[in-house]
Design a protein around this ligand. Structure first.
Ligand SMILES: Nc1ncnc2c1ncn2[C@@H]1O[C@H](COP(=O)(O)OP(=O)(O)O)[C@@H](O)[C@H]1O
Ligand SMILES: [Mg+2]
Length: 266
């Protein structure tokens, strides 16, 4: 069924002056997919996600979102499409001068295509913050929270609009391993409760491994071992060096690709 395709890149190339940041990338996400994007620093992970979001336009090729070709889309159409997506930016992107409540409510109040009645804003902000276990931080400012808590606020802001597609850019960068694991557990929980199509860029294979091998069980409130059909993409100099399952990734003999998919010691 073609309309189950959420996002499609067809031979997409993005250049910055002479530099090729994405090189002829063909890639697809279907409803309910989890895709983990691995690759060295500068390999194109962030550019890939920003192109998916329509923040960067391809120099060549085509990006289709929810069945719509973004090339023909005007600002109004793009706003409609973006309202169906959430992103956690690599830099976090919280507004320092706004409270946590205002930060999380921002997309509900400022994205015109997100039609949220005023009286529903606060309950939704509260719900999103409860989801990331930060219900008590409404009146605080980002500078008063730890790095891990700020990342969780970023997740609350990404999910507050109940998007169909969530993009996470290096959500665990700069965090200690325990905090990183907590962040990844939240991302799996979000995916499994709402069945959100999820793409995650990371340089940590553990992040992808968690999404690939654990599911959130709403009855027990815990992550449980279980196959999730996660696909892996490895970028190298803007091109796709690998695409496939975890087993295929771990079996790769390519010296670049295998660096990103070493089997983890249990
Ligand atoms: N706005 C920009 N202007 C010029 N070059 C850019 C810009 N954004 C990204 N690049 C270049 O594109 C390449 C891919 O960057 P990026 O997607 O940020 O890598 P990653 O997220 O995998 O670390 C890098 O070489 C980077 O320097
Ligand atoms: Mg990046």
């Amino acid at each position: 069924m073609p309309d189950s395709i959420v996002l499609r890149f067809e031979r997409v190339t993005v250049r910055f002056d002479e530099k090729v940041a994405l090189d002829n990338v063909t890639w697809e996400l279907r409803e309910g997919d989890t895709c983990v994007i691995l690759g060295a620093a500068g390999s194109g992970k962030t550019v890939l996600l920003k192109t998916a979001l329509g923040l960067i336009y391809p120099d060549q090729g085509r990006v289709t979102l929810f069945g719509r070709d973004t090339q023909g889309a005007d600002e109004h159409d793009m706003a409609d499409l973006r309202a169906r997506m959430g992103i956690l930016f690599q830099e976090g992107g919280l507004f320092d001068s706004l409270t946590i409540e205002e930060n999380v409510g921002y997309p509900l109040l400022n994205q015109k295509a997100v039609k949220c009645p005023l009286e529903e804003v606060f309950p939704r902000v509260e719900e999103a913050l409860k989801f990331v276990e930060l219900g008590h931080t409404l009146d605080k400012f980002p500078s008063e929270l730890s790095g891990g808590m700020r990342r969780r606020v970023g997740i609350a802001r990404a999910v507050v609009t109940s998007p169909e597609l969530l993009l996470y850019d290096s959500p665990t960068a700069g965090l200690d391993p325990i905090t990183a694991n907590n962040i990844m557990s939240l991302i799996a929980k979000e995916r499994d409760i709402r069945r959100t199509t999820t793409a995650l860029a990371t340089h940590r294979y553990q992040d992808g491994h968690l999404l690939a091998n654990y599911r959130y069980n709403a009855n027990t409130g815990r992550l449980e071992a279980g196959e999730t059909g996660t696909r892996f993409l490895v970028l190298k100099d803007g091109g796709i060096a690998f695409e496939g399952s975890q087993d295929e990734l771990e079996a790769s003999r390519d010296s670049y690709v295998s660096k990103f998919g070493k089997p983890l010691k249990e």
